[in-house]
Design a protein around this ligand. Sequence first.
Ligand code: MG
Length: 390
Amino acid sequence: MTLPDVDALTLAPYAAREERSRGRRYPEPAPEYRGEYQRDRDRIIHSNAFRRLVYKTQVFVNHEGDLYRTRVTHSIEVAQIARSVARALRVEETLTEAISLAHDLGHTPFGHAGQDALNECMQPHGGFEHNLQSLRVVDELEERYADFPGLNLTFECREGILKHCSARVARGLGDVGERFLSQRQPGLEAQIANLADEIAYNNHDVDDGLRAGLIDLEQLREMRMFRRQYERVTTRHPGLAGRRLVHEIIRGMINHIVVDLIRASQARIEQAGPASIEEVRALPQPLIAPAEETLQEHRELMRFLRERVYRHYKVLRMTTKARRVIGQLFEAFMTDIRLMPPEHRELAARGESGQGIDGRARAVADYIAGMTDRYAILEHRRLFDPAERT
Ligand code: MG
């Protein structure tokens, strides 16, 4: 049955269009009651990797408190911001949502500390990049379908998931790697998801940092983006304090940057006048970005968070522990793959017979990267604490 094509009425010419999609790696019949990008999104939500995001850290390790963001709440906030922008700019909202929900699927346990630690362990074996790992999860590692490995997502979704990538790695990736070698852009849906990621974590890390007592309102008022909203809220509601004050300010900051992002991007789109997604891809610069002044304020806040939150001694203590856990797990499994559960041991053995020691290392990295914070802690205890059951 054919459904009426509502997209044709609402989508801009430069939006991704499923009828002109560059397709899936393994061709499949079209879905019956859904679009192709809906199918992408649904496969992502039903994946194992997506469910694991519940117990993966953003900044604060999972057991530190129930109100902090985890990777799954972060991904949902990214999707919410990205969808609003996509709809306002008349591009593919569902594709934007799918990219947003999938962007962190390859993240290790313990946030950036975990990624850095695993990357260090993997240096002699080709390194570890979490963006590339997200693509690896959807292309190879998920085991759900009889006819293909991974989730077999559309090219447009895979292109959006691979945000960054080194030229060395790009050469081995085929179609999704091309743009990193020829300096081209991804579609607008991917560009939007990328910016929405930054907007989401900048703002929720202010919220989480305040909640954890690592930063306070006095320090934040030195940031232009925060100060403007602080003054707006306290002028309108002079007695407001506590969580409601904080939420009103953050709400104002998100709204300010999102509205600015839509307006500035719209102006750039009008000026460049791309007639198709291919013309968007061929442009020398991305079209999705806030105005220069807003971008500066946004970066000021990012620097503040790096100094005051991500490098706060309490966060550093946790991240140091996390690095130790990842490093020791890697070393133990590399030394003896029989310590891994049978399916991972088999993958390591198969990797080794194909690519030698690098193949073994990649299988160990895949196993560790897939762990949640609490699973990694438990695995570490099972391996190193003689009193713990194995
Ligand atoms: Mg993210």
